[in-house]
Write a protein that binds this ligand. Structure first.
Ligand code: FAD
Length: 387
């Protein structure tokens, strides 16, 4: 059947942009709808801005995720040198640190095997150069390398590369509803207050925290996964960190918190607080802000207070509903496809900024049986991204 588009993608966050890039690289006709004025203004600009395997995920046995993310870090360092840069990370270990130096060393050995980049210990005589890090009861400071990016700019760069490959992006455009048969979906959307309608072979739902509300607008309505939204807050305070990123253990609950240099200021994050309201209403809770200040003040001699905060921002993680703390839950991406009710709709839950390209390629494989064969094969591992 002839349709206006092969793929209609809802949302231009990092996942929508990456799916548009991967599909256009295969020669598919792609339309992306984004409700805001530019790509990446929601979760994809509220992350910790790390392109990393995630050392802490080794603790919960997520080896596959860590390995895949480190592989993707390698491609991004090569293809987007202006956007993704290696930064030294420091892990201070004190007498009362919950994770022992031995456990952290084992984690770093595994991490360095996956990343092919070694780690070291900062000699004691150099501890005084570590941005005022408390040295009382300090036993060891590990140093390794991971990468940092500007998440919104990275998303815009991936979207722009998709557009160069032929994808069409409509910003200020809201997906309203879709009616799907076994062969085709008719999609209605509002672009700058004008109602429009197109046909597409498939719908890709990458609406971030709105994934499930979007499914409710599709007929027949696909089964939605049971998820929880988990709020992550960052604060930006005045001051500078000249030696790189500090990987800190929160004294309150032993979670990992980063203190990072960010545009000549210090960014501290993140928290993980269950969130029960609509995504539109996200704000940074006072308790989360105080938690982050407390972590910083535990580790650095120059104490900071509320008046030192220049900005705070929060984003929502999507995690499968489960018991136990959000911190230790799996971070894998889920591609959901309700084949019996709505075979033309694919939904992406969760995921990592770092793994966006691999996630999009995985989605391409999943949709293959439902779409005509690709007409070209440009390797997304080799596409350059510019600022
Ligand atoms: C606090 C926090 C810290 C994180 N830190 C890191 C990190 O350091 N490194 C890392 O690798 N990952 C990190 N992540 C994960 C990563 O940021 C997310 O997985 C990723 O940004 C999600 O992107 P997305 O495209 O799925 O969603 P989003 O970026 O939220 O994009 C969804 C888009 O859909 C649009 N949309 C929704 N509904 C409609 C509609 N009806 N019509 C049109 N458009 C619509 C929205 O406007 C939005 O632009 C973090 C996540 C959080 C929450």
């Amino acid at each position: 059947m002839v349709t206006d588009y092969d793929l209609l993608i809802i949302g231009a966050g990092i996942h929508g942009a990456a799916c548009a890039q991967a599909a256009s690289a295969k020669g598919y006709k792609v339309l992306v709808l984004e409700q805001f004025e530019k790509p990446g203004l929601v979760t994809s600009s509220k992350s910790s801005k790390l392109i990393h395997g995630g050392l802490r995920y080794l603790e919960s046995g997520q080896f596959k995720l860590v390995r895949e993310c480190l592989e993707e870090r390698h491609y991004l360092l090569k293809n987007a040198p202006a956007l993704v840069k290696l930064v030294p990370f420091h892990i201070p270990v004190y007498k009362n640190t919950f994770r022992s130096a031995l456990i952290i060393r084992i984690g770093l050995i595994i991490y360095s095997l996956f990343s092919r980049k070694s780690f070291s210990s900062v000699p004691k005589r150099k501890w005084k150069d570590l941005d005022g890090l408390n040295t009382k009861n300090l036993k060891t400071v590990f140093k390794y390398y991971d990468a940092q990016t500007d998440d919104q700019k990275l998303t815009a760069a991936v979207m722009s590369s998709a557009e160069k490959l032929g994808a069409v992006l409509h910003t200020n455009t809201t997906f309203d509803k879709a009616d799907c048969t076994n062969d085709v979906c008719t999609v209605d959307f509002t672009q700058n207050k004008t109602l429009k309608s197109i046909t597409t072979k498939l719908i890709i739902n990458t609406a971030g925290p709105w994934v499930n509300p979007v499914l409710k607008k599709i007929h027949p309505q696909p089964e939605a996964l049971d998820i929880e939204l988990v709020l992550g807050t960052h604060i930006i305070i005045n001051g500078q960190l000249t030696r790189g990123i500090y990987y800190l253990e929160a004294p309150q609950d032993q979670r990992a918190v980063f203190a990072m240099p960010w545009k000549n200021k210090i960014m501290i994050g993140t928290t993980e607080t269950l969130y029960n309201d609509t995504p539109e209403k996200v704000t940074s809770p006072e308790a989360d802000i105080n938690y982050l200040l407390d972590v910083y003040n535990t580790y650095f001699s120059q104490k900071k207070s509320i008046s030192d905060i220049e900005e705070s921002f929060s984003g929502l993680r999507i995690l499968p509903k489960a018991t136990g703390s959000a911190f230790s839950r799996p971070r894998d991406t889920i591609i959901h496809h309700d084949i019996t009710k709505t075979p033309r709709v694919f939904t992406l839950y969760g995921g990592k900024l770092t793994a966006h390209r691999a996630t999009a390629e995985q989605l391409m494989k999943t949709i293959q049986p439902f779409i005509p064969a690709a007409t070209r094969d440009i390797d997304t591992r080799k596409i350059k991204l510019t600022d």
